[in-house]
Design a protein around this ligand. Structure first.
Ligand code: HEC
Length: 185
């Protein structure tokens, strides 16, 4: 038998054997999914489905004011973002600094850089207060957002922020952003 023929033959034998092994596995329940975990429920998905689009899609119910936000910020944000959120060991959330520098070096603050007020809601609800994200109620987030926007003089001190008014807030640097797929948001 030539070398190549014997190789071919052993390959055929090997395939035959593994086929038999697979059939046996299927009979024993092997080769099936491991049966770990459990089907995901609607409420599981809901807990993660918190993305708010720039136009305000998915904003929850609730309404917030700067006055109520001031108390929450003093308690939960000031330890890192400084008194009145004007800067501490972490970023100033209220600042009149104009945008200086380029790229990663630029001093990007909420007022001089963020394109959409709705992103503030999304970000704070999903990521802050560090290190306990997702501990703020939807209502508290509206209050904080109202406080930060009023402190940055983007909205009136008494303006009420809710699912209708927040998307209407125009951020100062909004027009310098190019929306790549405007029809998708
Ligand atoms: C234990 C510290 C800590 C606490 C408390 C905290 N943050 Fe932060 N925050 C950070 C860090 C770290 C970052 C990311 C780095 C940075 O921007 O300084 C950040 C970033 C942010 C940003 C983005 C700033 C920017 O311009 O990019 C916002 C907005 C923000 N935090 C809001 C809040 C709010 C609102 C609270 C209170 C509910 C809060 N944070 C509480 C540590 C904290």
């Amino acid at each position: 038998m030539s070398m190549s023929k014997s190789l071919t033959l052993s390959a055929v034998v090997a395939i035959g054997l593994s086929g038999a092994a697979l059939a046996a596995d299927a009979k024993n329940g092997l080769g099936q999914p491991p049966g770990l975990g459990q089907p995901i429920t609607e409420s599981d998905i809901k807990a993660w489905d918190i993305t708010i689009l720039p136009d305000g899609t998915n904003l929850p119910a609730g309404r917030g004011t700067a006055a109520a936000g001031a108390k929450i910020v003093a308690e939960k944000c000031a330890p890192c973002h400084g008194e009145g959120a004007k800067g501490g060991k972490n970023a100033a959330l209220i600042s009149d600094e104009p945008l200086k520098g380029r790229g990663i070096e630029a001093n990007k603050t909420i007022k001089n850089f963020w394109a959409n007020a709705t992103t503030l809601y999304d970000y704070i609800r999903r990521a802050m207060p560090w290190p306990s994200p997702r501990t703020l109620s939807d209502q508290e987030v509206y209050d904080i957002v109202a406080f930060l926007l009023a402190g940055n003089k983007i909205i009136d001190e008494n303006a009420v922020m809710d699912a209708k008014t927040l998307p209407q807030v125009k951020m100062p640097n909004r027009d310098n952003f190019i929306i790549k797929f405007p029809d998708r948001i």
